[in-house]
Design a protein around this ligand. Structure first.
Ligand SMILES: Nc1ncnc2c1ncn2[C@@H]1O[C@H](COP(=O)(O)OP(=O)(O)OP(=O)(O)O)[C@@H](O)[C@H]1O
Ligand SMILES: N[C@@H](CCO)C(=O)O
Length: 293
């Protein structure tokens, strides 16, 4: 039996739509796999009632098929689905690492990224690697096509999840079809600022680089209380705030000593508009970990 813990991730980070991603040190999914004649899936934990166990509809099913690795797969969800913390991608990444080990396929973590991406595509409709890459490799990741670069950054974060569900598929429908040259220049500047901040472990630059005028405003409109939460987090010391992944989670970058106050301010911001939420005080963390029994 092989057990893998794969972390939650935050994709986009504002200025890096479909390219940037970061592994979070908590929460995480845990997957256990055992060889079998055909793949079966048993889902438990956070939000498990909303997750299909049919391999055709669960992200881990496509991964088992791609690796030709049928198994009994038990998923313990620690990451709420449809929250913007890469829940479906974490399961896909964990399954790729676990089944690669179980069947001695010998693929590297980088080679497993596109395989996990096939699993993620079953629910989001298109292949994008900005959740599965950090879940497998850890740190801050830049995924361009099949090429993934990683930076082992150490940046404190707060992720606040409101009790609203937005599927990635629906949130992709509101992404603008095009951009003006002015918007492109602004986005490149912010993305470069964020990347420099990650390389220097500088929360101020990371926060500044999260600001995005292209995709985030359209997605923020889907999240009741987004403006209130953003203002509250900035007033409490956040260096930048954006939508986490496809939402509805909201992500704040900050200095280490400010996390508790920012988390409370974000929960209060959602409460102002009558929405319950849960905040995680976290930071950029490592990739999936594997244990063989
Ligand atoms: N193993 C899985 N874990 C979580 N969700 C899954 C899984 N397999 C299938 N799903 C389905 O995927 C959808 C959730 O994925 P979605 O991409 O919308 O959200 P997310 O992974 O939480 O967020 P994001 O990608 O924006 O960070 C739900 O409809 C859920 O039923
Ligand atoms: N880049 C993806 C991440 C969510 O899976 C999106 O924003 O749609």
């Amino acid at each position: 039996m092989v057990t893998v813990r794969a972390p939650a991730t935050s994709a986009n980070l504002g200025s890096g739509f479909d390219v940037f991603g970061a592994a979070l040190d908590r929460p995480a999914d845990v997957i256990r796999v055992e060889k079998a004649d055909r793949t079966t899936i048993d889902v438990r934990g956070y939000g498990s009632e909303f997750i299909p166990e049919d391999p055709a509809d669960n992200t881990v099913g496509a991964v088992a098929e791609a690796l030709d690795a049928p198994a009994h797969i038990r998923i313990d969800k620690g990451i709420r689905p449809s929250s913007g913390l890469g829940s479906s991608g974490a399961s896909a990444a964990a399954a790729a690492l676990a089944l690669n080990e179980l069947y001695d396929r010998g693929l590297s973590r980088k080679e497993l990224v596109p395989i996990a991406g096939k699993g993620e595509a079953t629910v989001s409709g298109e292949v994008h690697l900005d959740n599965v890459a950090p879940a497998l490799l850890g740190g801050f990741t830049v995924a361009t096509g099949r090429d993934v670069t990683t930076v082992d950054a150490d940046i404190p974060l707060v992720a606040c999840l409101p009790e609203i569900a937005i599927s990635t598929r629906d949130a992709r429908d509101v992404v603008p079809a095009g951009a003006t040259m002015e918007q492109l220049v602004y986005t490149v500047g912010r993305a470069a600022t964020l990347t420099t901040g990650m390389c220097r472990n500088d929360p101020r630059l990371v926060g500044k680089g999260m600001h995005d005028r292209l995709v985030t405003p359209a997605r923020a409109d889907l999240i009741s209380g987004y403006d209130e939460v953003r203002e509250a987090a900035l007033a409490a010391g956040a260096t930048g705030v954006t939508v986490s992944g496809a939402g509805p989670g909201v992500l704040a970058a900050c200095y280490p000593g400010d996390r508790r106050e920012i988390a409370a301010a974000m929960v209060e911001g959602f409460a102002e508009v009558g929405v319950d939420s849960r905040a995680y005080q976290t930071k950029i963390g490592g990739g999936a970990t594997l244990h063989r029994d």
